[in-house]
Design a protein around this ligand. Structure first.
Ligand code: NAD
Ligand code: ZN
Length: 386
């Protein structure tokens, strides 16, 4: 009998580009990225809503590839939005398309769409041939400022968010700013929550910059929106590449601040509450909880609860008060699910100040309930002294 422990060192290059008009004939960013790999074939998949908002896009993409180093084997417009994560229909469709044009592991699956579309297409690409190279073009605030530069992909199952999924580092992420300006305004504003989140746990200066630019951000002024997206994306990408735990083997998950409640609210509302809006409620709750338990000074809650409404985000949702058959608050089940997702020990990031996260391993349910009461009062226009 014997035992042998081997080390398998693996490193990934995480290519993140910020540009405008990536398919303009003069824009060489995508060509340069594709030329870095050995792949010679590509399949482009565009989310329906994006193709509709940019009627010239399909032609533009076709022409871009006509003179590039890579052969375009197909271009398809497919549905997107959270509904495509509800089952495996889109995943199967993408597998079929990849197989039909014989894409190998060195070929490129290029996906243009919002976070939900990229999650589903990304999962299909990650599992076809054990991983076809994926080039992501995120088209919403949230997917550009957070999920697009991440290394995960998933669809929902068993009433739970992201239950079927994989870690898969994309070959490249191309944040083309122009796409930001066709999203529905509500989606554009709501996606700023991931920038607020990462600022709160990592970068006080960035949080203060958001405070200074609240009016412009709330009005979706293009230059300020783009700067916010870029700063947030870089903070996310730096954490993933330099934080020592890109595939989340440990239990600390700083980028999931405010997400234990958010994921549960999404599931409770059968995803009628979009991810970004659920995260806004979760961030409000955990910021208030951090202050009310004395972990963070009171002004942390004051500033967060002022900022979110100024960005058009609700800080309360009625699902926070929904009860299960035993009369318990259903949202609290989110803590158990979070624990399960982490693989055992509960670790929730709270705040010790603006820009400073702190891991806690126990959550006081009664205090959470009191914070929910405060948020409800504030939301309905009352004042509670926050
Ligand atoms: N993989 C990860 O690490 C990760 C991280 C955070 C969030 N997510 C996931 O991302 C999803 C949310 O992504 P989202 O906020 O981008 O929402 P979304 O993908 O649902 O897009 C929102 C809406 O905007 C439309 N749309 C997208 N881009 C558009 C454009 N440029 N012009 C016009 N319409 C456009 C879509 O069709 C959709 O109706 C959730 O499923 C969430 O779980 C994943
Ligand atoms: Zn999120």
């Amino acid at each position: 009998m014997s035992r042998h422990d081997f080390q398998i060192p693996v490193t990934f290059k995480h290519r993140v580009v910020f540009t405008r008009g990536a398919f303009d004939p003069e824009n060489g960013e995508l060509c340069a990225i594709l030329a870095e790999g050995r792949g010679r074939r590509a399949l482009v998949l565009i989310e329906e809503a994006v193709a509709a908002a940019w009627p010239g896009l399909v032609t533009e993409v076709g022409e871009y590839f006509a003179s590039g180093p890579v052969e375009l084997r197909g271009l398809h417009v497919l549905p997107g939005g959270e509904a495509v994560k509800a089952d495996d229909l889109l995943v199967r469709e993408v597998w079929k398309l990849l197989d039909a044009v014989h894409l190998d592991r060195h070929s490129y699956a290029i996906a243009i769409g919002g976070g939900a579309f990229l999650d589903a297409v990304g999962f299909a690409a990650a599992t076809a041939h054990r991983g076809v190279r994926m080039v992501r073009f995120p088209t919403t605030t949230l997917s550009q400022d957070d999920s697009g530069v991440g290394v995960k992909c998933a669809i929902n199952a068993f009433g739970k968010k992201n239950w079927i999924g994989s870690f898969a580092v994309p070959f490249a992420v191309i944040n083309d700013f122009r796409f930001l300006h066709s999203q529905p305004a509500e989606t554009a504003r709501a996606g700023l929550i991931e920038a607020v989140k990462v600022a709160l746990v990592k970068d006080r200066g960035f949080f203060e910059w958001i405070e200074e630019n609240l009016t412009a951000l709330g009005a979706l002024e293009p230059g300020v929106l783009e700067e916010c997206v870029e700063r947030s994306a870089l903070l996310h990408a730096r954490h993933i590449s330099g934080g020592g735990d890109p595939f989340e083997s440990g239990s600390s998950r700083p980028l999931d601040y405010g997400h234990w409640a958010a994921h549960k609210l999404e599931a409770l509302t059968a995803h009628r509450l979009p991810h970004a809006q659920a995260v806004a409620v979760g961030v409000a709750l955990d910021s208030l909880y951090s202050a009310r338990t004395g972990m963070a000074p009171p002004d942390v809650a004051v500033r967060v609860l002022r900022m979110l409404p100024a960005l058009g985000m609700a800080i309360y949702h009625p699902a926070l008060d929904w009860r299960d058959e035993t009369g318990g608050r259903s949202v609290l089940e989110g803590l158990d699910e979070f624990r399960e997702h982490l693989g055992g020990e509960l670790t929730v990031l709270m705040l010790s100040g603006i820009g400073c996260g702190v891991d806690v391993h126990e959550i006081d349910a009664e205090r959470v309930a009191a914070c929910i009461d405060e948020l409800r009062t504030l939301h309905s226009g009352g004042s509670n002294g926050v």
